[in-house]
Write a protein that binds this ligand. Structure first.
Ligand code: NAD
Length: 485
């Protein structure tokens, strides 16, 4: 290799190092920190990851052989306890990825006023090929490793679902933890995203996707934001492309379609992509995938063997909801969407972020947009600690109170409500109603706080404003704790 080629090789190696997920998160922090009034010492403290645990553990495979797996749990910030963050199953889980995700969790919790520090966990396995039996053995062994290391507990660190895991895995975590803490009254609060039968909460499964819908709506409804993008107000009629039809992508698309009247024109998945300018029914695509094992060959849709080309296709709103680093310096110049709504964590790297902003795109950042999951996880944790569902103490009273109001209105007007109107008016709120309304309120209030920070500090974009807002909040807690007198 000649000198020039070697130099180019070194340069490209260094560039690839600079564009890792952790590096992007670090760059976002540094930029926002430079706009904040927080002192350098505190900034150094709140930027660094407090504890990371990396460990190997043996698990019996289905064929009787032993496989040694690598697991991680990172607790980014202990300024509030417990720490909170998902458990990821992926072949690509690494130390740095786990730290990057835990870091985002700290800022995310601060943005939606959830009183937790950030954490994240991961195990290097392929979630698509692992059998249910193998997954259960992995989860139970991983949980017992966390217990031994004091990295799990209702007041210590509380996992939740993330990429490659769901409520079944959370149920196994709860059961394993409970087995080790049999008299622990609050043991089930050691994990959220559990099945309802194991003290989960109505609305957690769809919470992240619903939060994505509420978050997009906050900005799509604002004339001053969408007009410069060449868009009309509102979600109705907007053409949407979604990458990743998992928990977050499916629910985000479902609510955008059902509650917002958006048109889902493209879906990109692992196995390929599909598009239809007239719209794809998200429930039907999902049923087709369950039936055939693939989204491809969906009736009336065009197949795309290279699904990443859909990221660059013409649409109004692009929703990357799969994994990090999907939009990089390579494809950012070709992105046609006007709004990029980060449902996944870190789907846009720092280089792409700069390119997209210079092209006047609106980026709704992950630290805000996908915070619905942790928000409802917080509600589940509260429910577990109080040992009573939110609706249990309110539904009856509300119903009786509404009945009294309706009767008074009927007496005053001389008109009687029909049975359907009566049922609608007098029904007390269910757990799902309460959770959804509180989630909507949390996303709305977070969007307003971010906007206030953006305007007050004359910040260039939503991500910088969101980070700046979170940095100010977390540093204030450190100061109030008296760690930095
Ligand atoms: P999931 O495992 O349910 O779904 C992910 C989907 O993405 C899968 O269907 C997978 O096949 C698909 N996918 C993977 N690589 C792809 C690619 N290159 N192109 C297209 N599709 C691809 O995971 P999830 O829980 O929906 O998480 C998705 C993202 O959202 C992750 O970044 C996660 O960290 C983030 N997130 C999840 C939650 C949650 O509550 N689950 C909360 C906040 C953030």
């Amino acid at each position: 290799m000649n000198c020039v080629a070697a130099l180019a090789d070194l340069l490209s190696f260094l560039m690839s190092k600079k564009n890792t997920f952790l590096d992007s998160v670090s760059q976002y922090f540094d930029l926002a920190a430079s706009h904040s009034k927080v002192s350098p010492g505190i900034l150094t403290q709140i930027k660094s990851c407090n504890s990371v645990c990396e460990f190997k553990f043996p698990v019996l495979q289905d064929d009787g052989e032993i496989e040694v797996l690598t697991g991680f749990r990172a607790e980014h910030s202990h300024h509030r306890l417990p720490t909170k963050g998902g458990l990821r199953f992926s072949r690509h889980v690494t130390h740095d990825e786990t730290v990057a995700l835990a870091t985002l969790m700290t800022w995310k919790c601060a943005i939606v006023s959830v009183p937790f520090g950030g954490a994240k966990g991961g195990v290097c396995i392929n979630p698509k090929t692992a059998s249910p039996g193998f997954r259960e053995r992995v989860v139970r062994r991983y949980t017992s490793e966390l217990i031994k290391k004091n990295f799990i507990g209702p007041s210590i660190d509380v996992p939740a679902p993330d990429y490659g895991t769901g409520e079944q895995e959370m149920g196994w975590i709860a059961d394993t933890y409970k087995a080790f803490n049999s008299d622990g009254l609050n043991a089930y609060a050691c994990v959220t995203g559990k099945p309802l039968s194991l003290h989960g909460i109505e609305g957690r499964t769809e919470a992240t996707g619903l939060g994505v819908y509420f978050g997009i709506k906050e900005y799509a409804d604002r004339e001053d934001i969408v007009k410069p993008l060449g868009l009309s107000r509102g979600i109705a009629g907007k053409r949407v492309i979604v990458q990743g039809l998992g928990n977050v992508g499916f629910h985000a698309a479902k609510f955008l379609q059902e509650m917002g009247d958006a048109i889902i024109v493209g879906i990109a998945e692992f196995e390929g992509g599909i598009s239809n300018p007239d719209g794809l029914d998200i429930e039907e695509v999902s049923a087709h995938r369950r039936g055939t094992g693939s989204i491809l060959d969906f009736p009336g849709a065009k197949n795309h063997t290279n699904s990443s080309e859909l990221l660059e296709a013409d649409c109004d709103i692009l929703i990357p909801a799969a994994l990090e680093n999907q939009i990089t310096g390579k494809n950012a110049p070709d992105i046609q969407a006007k709004i990029i709504a980060e449902a996944a964590n870190g789907p846009i790297n720092a280089e792409a972020n700069r390119i997209l902003l210079s092209r006047d795109k609106l980026i709704i950042p992950d630290v805000f947009l996908n915070a619905g999951g942790v928000t409802v996880s917080y509600f589940e944790w509260l429910k577990n600690l109080s040992h009573v569902g939110f609706e249990r103490m309110t539904t009856g009273y509300e119903s009786q109170s509404n009945e009294r109001i309706l009767s008074t209105i009927e007496d005053m007007t001389g008109r009687k409500a029909d049975a359907e109107q009566r049922a609608l008016f007098t029904a007390g709120a269910s757990e799902q109603d309460i959770v959804r309304a509180a989630l909507d309120e949390s996303m709305s209030s977070a969007a307003h706080s971010i906007e206030k920070t953006r305007v007050d500090n004359k910040l260039p974009d939503l991500r910088t404003a969101a980070f700046c807002h979170a940095i100010e909040k977390v540093s204030k807690t450190y100061i109030d704790l008296g760690i930095f007198p």
